[in-house]
Design a protein around this ligand. Sequence first.
Ligand code: CMP
Length: 140
Amino acid sequence: MAIERTFSIIKPDATERNLTGAINALIEKAGLRIVAQKRIRMTREQAETFYAVHKARPFFGELVDFMISAPVVVQVLEGENAVLKHRDVMGATDPSKAADGTIRKLHAKSIGENSVHGSDAAETAVIEIAQFFSGNEIVG
Ligand code: CMP
């Protein structure tokens, strides 16, 4: 299996509760390397672009408002099978359905305020990473 990259966001509900380190520890324990990371305040335009695929969903407005409500930490994670590995350590989108030991089971507040985002496929990761990082900010 080739080394792969995925895109990760530590969301406002987690940064507000000072959980960046706790979540990074779980990411690293899962065998992923954080090869880029920055704490930013997302603009409304950035959040709307990032979640454009969900534009028609009833929760879109709520999702965008939430993502700009406090700082987020955007990250690039690297490792073998990184997309799947990260999805495994995040757990299900709905924390009530997430497996024991996952980030969302341990820390998420609800399906909306679910602490973390991860790319759903390697192709999506390329697009998501490019929205927030230039090549020279990623150091593997
Ligand atoms: P994420 O992995 O960032 O991708 C889309 C996000 O939409 C998801 O995590 C949730 O935070 C959010 N989301 C999904 N379903 C719902 C829902 N039913 N109500 C509110 N937010 C949702």
